[in-house]
Design a protein around this ligand. Structure first.
Ligand SMILES: [Zn+2]
Length: 301
């Protein structure tokens, strides 16, 4: 069976895996994003990864990158949360070294591709997919197709939500992701928490919430409020059958879901809510699987 290298490039981790043509992961390696921050090092690491996976006879590489990409050219315009990659022809630079086809798309599109084919979005013709992590990635499937324009993804995470001058990685301020990003949530929690109970990462706020910590529960309630207001707007625009949530922050789904859904219901126009489902992503490594599917299918068709 053919196999592909899928790379899921997030703000915190870079996960690479060998994916077979059915979308199954057969080998995996995880890096911290900081580790592969430099372009030259990123490229040389992909080359050595291919060598270490030689026995799988990889035919093509797919990359889901966290930013704005020209997908035909595999050209990165910029990555809002990772500096130093502005205007970089990654596809060209990589193909020169690896001698197999490389396809690059926005990481949220790649996530949506996997979830729509094999996960929580299977069979749907209209759905919104969000990756909740360092930032807020988004992808929309409409008439069973991922909506793309000249650039790779719909950057819903950069819809301005507030007039507060909260700086965003995109260079603007007050975008939705400045209220939902993992860094923001940790900072907000630590402002409220006592010295003994500081959170290091979002997972801690989830655990504390489960244990009934009032500050942690308040953080999730506020998170749901902002995300819900934003999603109500998106429901009015796209009238989706489902909203599918993935990414590290969605690990706390159980805690924020009820409030999130009630905010959406309160704010969206009611005929658009009919049959609307809120779902957690199903695949364990949707980013890797989707990048593998992208490698298989390319960005042309
Ligand atoms: Zn922004």
């Amino acid at each position: 069976m053919s196999s592909y290298l899928g790379i899921d490039w997030g703000g915190t981790y870079i996960k690479a895996g060998v994916v077979n043509s059915k979308g199954k992961i057969i080998a995996k390696k995880i890096y911290s994003s900081a580790q592969l921050k430099e372009k030259d090092f990123f490229i040389s690491e992909v080359v050595s990864l291919l060598n270490s996976f030689k026995k799988h006879k990889i035919e093509a590489i797919g990359i889901g990158a966290p930013g704005i990409i020209n997908i035909k050219k595999g050209f990165i315009y910029y990555l809002p949360n990772i500096s130093g990659w502005e205007n970089f022809p990654l596809k060209k630079a990589l193909e020169k070294k690896v001698k197999i086809p490389v396809s690059i798309d926005n990481d949220a599109n790649v996530f949506a591709l996997a979830e729509a084919r094999l996960g929580a979005g299977e069979g749907l013709s209209r759905a919104i997919f969000l990756t909740l992590g360092t930032g807020l990635g988004s992808s929309v499937i409409f008439d069973k197709q991922i909506l793309r324009r000249k650039n790779s993804a719909l950057e819903l995470g950069h819809v301005p939500l507030s007039l507060e001058k909260k700086p965003c990685g995109c260079g603007n301020y007050g975008c939705v992701e400045t209220f939902t990003g993992s860094g923001y949530l940790v900072k907000e929690y630590n402002k409220l928490a006592s010295k003994k109970k500081k959170a290091k990462e979002v997972k801690d706020i989830y655990q504390l919430g489960l244990a009934g910590d009032k500050n942690a529960l308040l953080i999730w309630k506020n998170f749901a409020f902002y995300l819900g207001r934003f999603l109500a707007g998106m429901v009015n625009i796209f009238n989706p059958q489902a909203i599918i949530l993935g990414g590290g922050v969605s690990g706390a789904y159980k805690l924020f879901r009820p409030y999130l859904f009630s905010v959406i219901k309160e704010q969206a126009m009611w005929p658009n809510l009919e049959g609307l489902k809120l779902r957690k992503a199903k695949l364990k490594d949707a980013g890797i699987v989707g990048a593998g599917l992208l490698a298989k299918e390319g960005t042309e068709g």
